[in-house]
Design a protein around this ligand. Sequence first.
Ligand code: ADP
Ligand code: MG
Length: 828
Amino acid sequence: MPSENLQQIFEAIAKPLRFASGNDYANLKNLRGLEPYVSGWLEKASSLPLHEAQKNLIQKLGATVTGFDGLELAMKKARIMELQKIFQALKSEDLPPPFPPHPWPTLSEFHQNRKDLQTSIQFIKGVGPRLSAILKKKNILTVEDALYFLPRFYQDRRQIKSISQLAVGKMETVMGTVRQAEMSYYRKRRTFELTIGDETGTLVAKWFHFNPRYMKGRFRKGMRLILSGEINLYQFQKEIHHPEIEILEEGEEPSHPEGTSSGKGGVEDSLHFGRIVPIYSETEGLYQRQRLIRRIMKNVVDLFAAKVFSGIPEEICRRQRLIPLAEALRRAHFPDPDEDIALLLEGKSASHRRLIFDDFFFMELGLALRRSGTLMEKGIAFPISHRYTQQLRELLPFVLTSAQERVLTDIESDMRQPHPMNRLLQGDVGSGKTIVALMAGLMAIEGGYQVAMMAPTEILAEQHFLNVHPVVEKLGLRAALLTSSLNKNQKETLYREIKNGEIHIAIGTHALIQEGVEFHKLGLAVIDEQHKFGVMQRATLKKKGYNPDVLIMTATPIPRTLAMTLYGDLEVSVIDQLPPGRVPITTRVFNEKERFRVYRILREEISKGKQAYVVYPLVEESERLDLKDATQMAKHLQRDIFPEFKVGLIHGRMKSEDKETIMADFKARRIHILVSTIVIEVGIDVPNASVMAIEHAERFGLSQLHQLRGRVGRGQDPSQCLLVAKHPVSEDAGRRLRVMGQTTDGFKISEEDLVIRGPGDLLGTQQSGLPDFRVANFLRDFDLLHEARQEAFSVIARDPTLSLPGHILMRETLKERWQERLALATIG
Ligand code: ADP
Ligand code: MG
């Protein structure tokens, strides 16, 4: 067995430590056998050549882990922290500087470089108007954008093999001539096939998914190609499926391996052959011009890469094994000859690592700064009397769950602080967030302040209003709903009443509240984000001169580790318990053809006095189409299937009054079956509804399905969710439906959602008010995110204003990456 090197040993030790501190140390209780594991690795480390400082630290680690497994949880946590500290020290002890320390630019050089990097891509040789239009579509306007436009694939052309040399089961790169190009059919399945030949044999390239017109026009007999992909064997014939392809230009051949160059000579060769070659985007117009793009990129890299510099301190670079940014960019585009191609393809090479770390580090640095800024900022210390909250408790037909109480305690203590609250309230659908928000609102009102409640849509705002205003009025307070359907008169009246303080709670969409309204004394903003995460509202409010406490509610829980990492500047409270008496919802998936069974279940439930939802998808681009679906289906259900029951219809395009009437009818059981588009996703609360059928379930996202399902299971009786899908469904859709069948736990569901959709989609940085990532990916690079976060937070802990001399360039980079989004924090 090959013996490990120190790096591998470190990685082995880092794993359980990271796990132990994960989930805010919640994982600790599942950690077993740490001592023997770590000691084993330390022993291995001791057998390696080490210097004195390393030996000492290894000894210290060993002593600290001794007896660990028998400790109490709280002690374990302290030990883990200690272990991590020593471990960090050990890691940084080991590392020689990855590159000879290079001179840092001065501040003015730095600024000049920043300016140079904004040079328009049009000025680069080879970029004509057509190409620059294509690049513009990909958001590549400047040379810096181009530098960060990384290859999406790397082809290994260090050694181009002949066909007979290709090994089955391996990733290979081969060159040959097109002998034949044709479409064929295997059992109804269409394929596109290219027969490629060289002196040593033939290879068949196959495509199973393709655009026929494009493919047909693309290849001619006699064309020379370079292909790479995995080699398969099918009936004694070597095949390559969906290969990466590059069409060679007329007269262009590598001088190797044959050694007889008929091509354009040395420089070109070294760019396109005999090396690991970058392949850029699949975008039409770019893909076909690989060689041109490569030349342009080479120019850009040669002229500009050296100007990229972000100012992460040398010490962190050493500890994290970060190569210089300029070097990382150069090698990500044109890898060195000895580079590991597998790491490049996975985005895990030293270059990628450096670029990803950079993305994460500056995000976390901003978050750390924002948090420290918030903590120091002056806010309202609410004098809370519990006059109204006590009355509300007496009015409620239930008692709050202990989870709700715990969260309220957090909120109250925040609100009493003389600093602004900035808290994220996570809770699954139906966990009772609204009432918590209302209690918080009342605490603010007790101190003489007003409350703004912002929802992402008008429907949700209405729903909040319907829930809140009857209660509030019983307390002698006033709530107002701001909708865009108010006429000028009503609007002016409301605005006046808000301005002079007669209205205590103003409810509306983000836009409505942010735009027109002036408050008398705004104390608390409740932001219901549904499943979009935004931290921008606070900044907007501040711009208008308000600095209220902020409570952000989110119905789609994101995994806690991710939330903590992303919202470094938010405190997080979780309602992790549903109100008592909720009966679990049974979820089943049906094929569209079995719809009659679904109807039978609906009929049974309604006969028992229950009510039902039938939901149709509403997809933005085809809204009308789907709307017709829901409308027609409502008619069809009423006339042909359920003539004995009353079927109602509700959708997003109806007037508010009509929606309210329908909802009231449904609540009062005058309607048995409510056909709807996804408007019921939000906020609707009818406990007697015990069954929901979702049509075209394969078209809904996972969190959306979860939200929808949360509309049933609110009463005392068992509920059902019936997912009707058109088979066969795609792989992702199949997985979504399976997950829905397996769990009703919102956390599990969002975690799965993260896996299926990718976090970028779930938390588009656009919405989240975070800087855009250029290379990083939350899920793939989660470990690195963790490291970057620790480093960034410790920098801010030492230098909260980033004014140490070694931090100035880093601060400049930070300002540029975050731009106005850091307005909340105090930074020079
Ligand atoms: P969320 O907004 O978190 O999805 P809601 O605030 O809409 O959940 O609450 C769901 C339902 O549960 C509402 O009918 C609400 O009145 C009810 N509810 C809230 N808290 C409790 C509780 N502690 N006990 C019983 N029912 C509760
Ligand atoms: Mg709600």
